[in-house]
Design a protein around this ligand. Sequence first.
Ligand SMILES: *[C@@H]1O[C@H](CO)[C@@H](O)[C@H](O)[C@H]1NC(C)=O
Ligand SMILES: *[C@@H]1O[C@H](CO)[C@@H](O)[C@H](O)[C@H]1NC(C)=O
Ligand SMILES: *[C@@H]1O[C@H](CO)[C@@H](O)[C@H](O)[C@H]1NC(C)=O
Ligand SMILES: *[C@@H]1O[C@H](CO)[C@@H](O)[C@H](O)[C@H]1NC(C)=O
Ligand SMILES: *[C@@H]1O[C@H](CO)[C@@H](O)[C@H](O)[C@H]1NC(C)=O
Ligand SMILES: *[C@@H]1O[C@H](CO)[C@@H](O)[C@H](O)[C@H]1NC(C)=O
Ligand SMILES: *[C@@H]1O[C@H](CO)[C@@H](O)[C@H](O)[C@H]1NC(C)=O
Ligand SMILES: *[C@@H]1O[C@H](CO)[C@@H](O)[C@H](O)[C@H]1NC(C)=O
Ligand SMILES: *[C@@H]1O[C@H](CO)[C@@H](O)[C@H](O)[C@H]1NC(C)=O
Length: 448
Amino acid sequence: MAEERFIPLAISIALLVVFSSLTTTEAYDSLDPNGNITIKWDIMQWTPDGYVAVVTMFNFQQYRHIQAPGWTLGWSWAKKEVIWSMVGAQTTEQGDCSKYKGNVPHCCKKDPTVVDLLPGTPYNMQIANCCKGGVINSWVQDPSNAASSFQVSVGAAGTTNKTVRVPKNFTLRAPGPGYTCGIANIVKPTKFVTQDGRRTTQALMTWNVTCTYSQFLSQKTPTCCVSLSSFYNDTIVNCPTCTCGCQNNVTHPGSCVEGDSPYLASAVNGPGKNSFTPLVQCTSHMCPIRVHWHVKLNYKEYWRVKVTITNFNYRMNYTQWNLVIQHPNFDNITKLFSFNYKSLTPYSASINDTAMLWGVKFYNDLLMEAGPYGNVQSEFLFKKDQSTFTFDKGWAFPRRIYFNGDNCVMPPPDAYPWLPNAGPRSIVPFSLAITVFWAVLVCLLASI
Ligand SMILES: *[C@@H]1O[C@H](CO)[C@@H](O)[C@H](O)[C@H]1NC(C)=O
Ligand SMILES: *[C@@H]1O[C@H](CO)[C@@H](O)[C@H](O)[C@H]1NC(C)=O
Ligand SMILES: *[C@@H]1O[C@H](CO)[C@@H](O)[C@H](O)[C@H]1NC(C)=O
Ligand SMILES: *[C@@H]1O[C@H](CO)[C@@H](O)[C@H](O)[C@H]1NC(C)=O
Ligand SMILES: *[C@@H]1O[C@H](CO)[C@@H](O)[C@H](O)[C@H]1NC(C)=O
Ligand SMILES: *[C@@H]1O[C@H](CO)[C@@H](O)[C@H](O)[C@H]1NC(C)=O
Ligand SMILES: *[C@@H]1O[C@H](CO)[C@@H](O)[C@H](O)[C@H]1NC(C)=O
Ligand SMILES: *[C@@H]1O[C@H](CO)[C@@H](O)[C@H](O)[C@H]1NC(C)=O
Ligand SMILES: *[C@@H]1O[C@H](CO)[C@@H](O)[C@H](O)[C@H]1NC(C)=O
């Protein structure tokens, strides 16, 4: 039979589809499909042996920001270029400039690594958008602080738009891994409009590079988990055990510290202090961040949720933190207390089931290190749509949550708190997926 030859093919196609969808959920962010960091080089001036360029990084990501200790940008020169000087940033190493007599370049490395200057840099060493210690805010939270710039004076380079070579192998660390940068493309020269809007100037030449983020590259283990509770059931569904790691006295002594340990202070200042590896409080999930969703009250036309973010990391104050939550009732959120809010509409303007939340400046935009102050909280008031609203089947719980752009691991759906008298539920979505999968396979085979 001819069909038999196609069975292995059909199965491998089906498996391929299943596996690729599993891996792409990590590399591609469906809630921010166009999110990227674009690095733009504008050549402003030719010099006797090269050019002066202004390099700007735009964070076009809706909710992913770069927090302290900030970005690190690297690239490889295409020829033997050197950096004569920089304004608003610096290279971490000078490299071997022994070839140069008299004027010594700022950096002679083939692959320079650049970091931002710190706030408080003298004015004559600044340019616009520089000197924020490498911190870049997200596009939704603060578009006016979503870019970072520096000026670089390049020597031993081409001096016309025909002889200049674009740098290669751009790398962006924030400060850890996670970003992948594409190649530099020469684009239309940027136009600059003067402040009074009466004159437009333009760059002599422009190229830009796009870098995209993948949580999968960034870290193998999750960093955040979700716990759930409700007024109608005493059960508190904790984060899944070992979500971010397991407490293990034998192989990893000191992998976590007890909150009341007398050695807490010495552990916090111990080895790893400056490496930004988390030092977490001992919990069953071992995550640095836990988001708790509590279904608090039920009114006739409204219902109320309390959300608490808890920091279990003794080595991190999260500045400008943000949360992205997907729940169908965000289309009708009525009131939200003590957080900023913006509706994200990743698919189309008609589905606004996703909200981005962040702290109020000077009030709770800093999520303090683990300890008594290491949490922030808010309450949401939703208006019920009687046709969809229910406390049954875990509907009142969020579909997904991101903290600072990283996915928070949810408890398994069959563990959600039940309404009293509701029978155990079968795990519908998974068996449904299998059924659909086999149905598609059968159709595929039948059509051959
Ligand atoms: C990067 O983001 C900008 C702004 O959202 C968008 O216009 C551009 O197409 C994106 N680039 C890529 C390569 O996705
Ligand atoms: C270089 O400059 C010339 C004239 O100024 C222009 O016609 C050409 O398009 C430019 N090429 C690039 C790659 O920008
Ligand atoms: C860019 O990176 C690739 C792979 O890492 C390497 O083979 C290549 O030599 C690098 N190019 C430059 C100009 O450094
Ligand atoms: C970078 O180049 C791409 C491709 O030409 C363009 O679509 C995009 O708008 C550019 N980004 C910036 C910030 O100029
Ligand atoms: C780790 O070891 C100590 C002493 O051996 C014990 O008291 C403690 O309960 C252990 N912790 C865990 C999480 O196993
Ligand atoms: C967090 O901020 C507080 C207050 O500003 C400071 O005392 C503490 O050292 C900071 N902790 C870390 C880990 O940076
Ligand atoms: C959600 O979208 C609907 C229609 O598109 C609009 O009427 C409603 O105000 C939006 N709700 C929020 C909270 O943005
Ligand atoms: C919001 O709730 C009202 C009342 O239940 C309902 O009529 C309306 O369709 C809801 N809006 C959206 C965007 O779902
Ligand atoms: C509360 O929910 C749990 C499932 O998480 C269930 O085992 C328990 O029976 C429920 N309690 C009541 C009173 O329904």
